[in-house]
Design a protein around this ligand. Structure first.
Ligand code: R5P
Length: 312
């Protein structure tokens, strides 16, 4: 069965890197926006009886990138694709996995249903915010993780005085994963979210005095969480060798300015969303292209993904 890879505009460089590793060209498609704002998609290659992989990061603007992906899927399905896999390096809306207050939607579930309704048979995603999201999909969700590659990238920072810091309770499992790989203890920052752009810290659980923190999070959006964690750790007496590592560096709104003001030695992020080349931050990229290429290779050969899958 032939394979065809199409990319939306969510992270074309990563999609090209994946295709290159698979020795495949990128499927030709036309993606236009009509004057009234509507998107229009047309596939320029035949997909009949092919396994189609649509690589689309739901990076900002997430809504546009989601719709592009759904339209590419619908076009592929109607044109006779044998199977359709959504390869989503960053799955947006995953933080909205429950109704925190009244009269809110469960957006993560709705997005899962939209993906399924577009005709996808399978989803491949990386470090999804909540493991529970898998239950929102009626189709298989292959949940890959960039954590081993990210941990390897910061191994040189992990010494006997290092601590892995979860910047909120929700990041505890993630911190434990890094701690296991790097052999460091875990410290937890107690955070409460006040709004989309503001958080408050009420304390640090664990000893950080004189130690070098490695702060880990699945994503950095506005930088509020990292900023609050760094300030709380400095107040608790950590030393100035501070490392931050994350899978999805969205860096929206005030994020760059916030992080620039902090004494960070390293900021290590995967390339699941496009990262600008020039930035006033000590940013280092770890590519997930090989991880995603290997997942596609194995899916295409009907082989197990077991060793690539994220587990608690
Ligand atoms: C929250 O639970 C997430 O893991 C991140 O900590 C959060 O989304 C980061 O957002 P921001 O950078 O805006 O604080």
């Amino acid at each position: 069965m032939g394979m065809l890879i199409f990319s939306g505009t969510g992270n074309p460089d990563l999609a090209a890197g994946i295709a290159e590793r698979l020795n495949e060209g990128m499927g030709e498609r036309e993606l236009l926006q009509f004057p009234d704002g509507e998107l229009h998609v047309e596939l320029l290659d035949s997909v009949r009886c092919c396994d189609v992989y649509i690589v689309q990061s739901l990076s900002p603007p997430a809504d546009r990138h989601l719709l592009e992906m759904l339209l590419l899927a619908d076009a592929s399905r109607r044109a006779g694709a044998a199977s359709l896999t959504a390869v989503i390096p960053y799955l947006a809306y995953a933080r909205q996995d429950r109704r925190a207050r009244g009269r809110e939607p469960v957006a993560a579930r709705l997005v899962a249903e939209l993906i399924e309704a577009a005709g996808f048979n399978r989803v491949v995603a990386v470090d999804v915010h909540s493991r529970a999201i898998e239950g929102f999909f009626g189709i298989p969700l292959e949940h890959l993780t960039a954590v081993p590659a990210l941990a390897e990238a910061i191994r040189s920072n992990a010494s006997t005085d290092s601590v892995i810091v979860a910047p909120d309770l929700g990041a505890t499992k993630l911190a434990e994963h890094y701690a296991k790989l790097l052999g460091c203890p875990v410290v937890i920052v107690r955070k409460a979210r006040l709004s989309g752009e503001a958080v408050a810290v009420s304390g640090v659980v664990g000893d950080v005095a004189g130690r070098s923190p490695i702060i880990v999070d699945d994503m950095i959006s506005t930088g509020a969480t990292i900023e609050a964690a760094v300030r709380a750790l400095l107040e608790a007496g950590c030393n100035s060798e501070i490392t931050v590592v994350t899978t999805h560096a969205l860096l929206v709104g005030p994020a760059v300015e916030r992080l620039r003001r902090l004494p960070l030695s390293r900021l290590v992020a995967a390339d699941t969303v496009p990262l600008p080349e020039e930035m006033p931050l000590p940013l280092e990229r770890v590519s997930v292209a090989e991880l995603l290429a290997e997942a596609i290779r194995r899916l295409h050969r009907r082989q197990s993904l077991h060793t690539l899958i994220a587990r608690d």
